[in-house]
Ligand binder design. Structure first.
Ligand code: URA
Ligand code: CA
Length: 433
């Protein structure tokens, strides 16, 4: 086989065979195919697309490029959840202990944030002492004993994806549905869960800017999951405005605690119930979504979910006193309010730009090497549909520097006050096949 022939084949709109795809991934991972040839192939895929068979072959070749986690020694049906990325998306922090508290084993590997999207690991590290690295033995033991652990992805899961993603990032080939679907699913399949619940975000804060593309991505991933013998379903959710109110690491930990205490933002809680019910049903801890939801609501009301969060923090070396005293996590030097310039109704909050504003404060990374400031971030005081008076605070800005003029300007540009707002939609669609 010659790479140049395979590039030409795809460029001419033909499908690659499983053997050809496996040859490409094996040799690219082993540095036997140069980046310039891989770049040309990626661009051909971007324009010519891939069939379901090709996408499955690509996914499985990437799974086989590295280690696969064996979770079979954990009792019960293990269910993972993955979001395609958002702004202020605090769900995992709430969801993991919530579903674990009704008996679903959650052995979760999460990632870090990049650009305007946040990452669960960075948020967890805002809790003093919290360890995101555990040995595989400890990880499995803790999930067996306590039903939940959230850790960083182990070094060698889908190394082909790591290499390919870095190349896509600099060759304008990230936003291709077959490439995103295979990238996400290769990591989820290698991570070993029996069931996978996908949160496919759509809107300004997401990879998929429109619903049609989000549906196609979701359907593709669900089909890949099923062909790999994993029960898989997807929720198409809205990320045109940030989820919840807090954006930033410590602030989101506080938001998660408040949500587990039953006093969190309504949209975040609803998202957790919607995704959580699907996880509970996939794990066969309830017969249908209604029963699953009642169990989750009960776990929240009785405090079982909050206790589970405390247990998780304790098991992973974190300081549990912050759960009873979340204000201890508020350590930014300055809190500045952003007053509304006129009265009206909030009609738009552009999620990705709000994410950029939080990143500029230091809550996120511009490059992978950047350090994060856990203390800083934003708290939205108004969301789409809320009415405001002139001078009301739109956002509280938590900063460690006084120089925040640019941040304020960006926030003003991306929060629109008008006359009437469309009712925000949280969940557009559920995809099961
Ligand atoms: N997230 C991933 O892991 N991969 C992609 O390609 C896009 C989002
Ligand atoms: Ca949030």
């Amino acid at each position: 086989m010659r790479m140049v022939d395979l590039i030409e084949k795809k460029r001419n709109g033909n499908s690659l065979t499983k053997e050809e795809i496996s040859y490409i991934i094996k040799n690219y991972t082993a540095d036997q195919i140069p980046d310039y040839q891989m770049s040309a192939l990626l661009m051909a895929i971007f324009y010519e697309d891939m069939t379901d068979e090709e996408i499955v072959a690509l996914t499985m070749a990437m799974v086989q490029s590295g280690e696969q986690i064996d979770l079979s020694s954990i009792e019960g049906i293990k269910v993972d959840k993955h979001s395609t990325g958002g702004v202020g998306d605090t769900t995992t922090l709430v969801l993991a202990p919530l579903v674990a508290s009704v008996g679903v084993p959650v052995a979760k590997m999460s990632g870090r944030g990049l650009g305007y999207t946040g990452g669960t690991l960075d948020k967890l590290e805002a809790i003093p002492g919290f360890k995101i690295e555990l040995s595989e033995e400890d990880f499995i033991r803790i999930v067996n004993e306590s039903k939940v652990a959230v850790i960083g992805q182990s070094g060698n899961l889908a190394p082909a994806d790591k290499k390919l993603y870095a190349l896509r990032d600099v060759t304008a080939t990230v936003d291709s549905i077959p490439l995103i679907a295979s990238s996400i699913m290769s990591k989820k399949i290698a991570a070993g869960a029996d069931g996978i619940v996908l949160d496919v975000t759509t809107g300004d804060g997401a990879f998929m800017k429109n619903i049609e593309d989000a549906i196609r991505l979701a359907q593709t991933m669900v089909r890949i999951g099923k062909l790999a013998n994993r029960q898989t379903m997807a929720v198409i959710s809205d990320m045109s405005q940030p989820l919840g109110e807090a954006i930033g690491n410590s602030l989101e930990v506080i938001e998660a605690i408040e949500t587990l205490q039953g006093r969190g933002p309504a949209d975040l809680l609803e998202m957790c119930y919607a995704l959580g019910s699907q996880m509970v049903v996939l794990a066969k801890q309830a017969d249908d979504l209604d029963e699953a939801r009642s169990k989750l609501e009960e776990a929240l009301q009785t405090g079982a979910a909050l206790d589970k969060f405390k247990e998780m923090v304790q098991n992973q070396g974190g300081d549990t006193t912050v759960i009873d005293h979340p204000d201890q996590l508020l350590s930014a030097k300055y809190t500045v309010e952003l007053p509304a310039k006129k009265a009206g109704v909030v009609t738009k909050i552009v999620a990705n730009e709000i994410g950029v504003a939080a990143m500029m404060l230091g809550a996120g990374r511009q490059t992978k090497e950047d350090a994060i400031d856990h203390a800083v971030g934003l708290k939205l005081r108004k969301k789409v549909g809320d009415s405001v008076q002139e001078g009301d605070s739109l956002v509280s800005i938590y900063s460690n520097t006084k120089a925040i003029e640019e941040v304020k300007e960006l926030l003003y540009e991306n929060i629109t006050i008008g006359e009437t707002a469309k009712e925000p939609v949280l969940i557009h669609k559920i995809i099961t096949e």
